[in-house]
Unconditional design. Structure first.
Length: 156
């Protein structure tokens, strides 16, 4: 038996098998996990709920992530992590980064908090609306925590 191959396979499993939390979808191209929570909350409550899970409200920062969410969550509507906190027309993501990409249904948006529509377009709503919400969550610890230790020291 070639132990080099076995060790290599264990190594690959250990470092590539970190998994998304239960019930979430993995977007491999960006290494992101998304989970749609079907309990309804206002924007602030949804933001807090995502943070309590170790994540943030979803950031759809480019067309590729938009396409992924359309594929996985078609026909649903929910909060995403985009907000005009100062009501000045400038929308920021939940991590305080600028919204360089957008997919607004109407421009300019009129509300403060972004809602993902059933068609995949975004609309701005009152933050007090009660909706489902999409969290972006970190990948969990892998299930393979048994890497063999290799002693490279030689006896003299």
């Amino acid at each position: 038996m070639d132990f080099g191959i076995v060790y290599h396979l264990i190594y690959l499993l250990a470092f590539t098998s970190a998994s998304c939390p239960s019930g979430s979808k993995f977007y491999q191209a960006r290494g992101l996990c998304f989970k749609l929570f079907t309990v309804s909350k206002n924007y602030t409550e949804a933001d807090i709920a995502c943070k309590d899970k170790g994540g943030i409200l979803a950031r759809i920062k480019d067309g590729a992530i938009q396409n992924f969410t359309e594929d996985k969550y078609a026909g649903k509507y929910f909060w995403i992590g985009l907000e005009d906190d100062d009501n000045d027309g400038v929308y920021m993501w939940a991590d305080n980064s600028s919204a360089m990409y957008n997919n607004w249904q109407t421009t300019p948006p009129s509300g403060r908090c972004a809602r993902y529509t059933k068609s995949g377009l975004w609309i701005a709503e009152l933050c007090s609306e009660i909706l489902w919400f999409l969290c972006e969550l970190p990948k969990g610890p892998n299930k393979w925590n048994f890497l063999p230790s290799i002693n490279n020291h030689r006896s003299h």
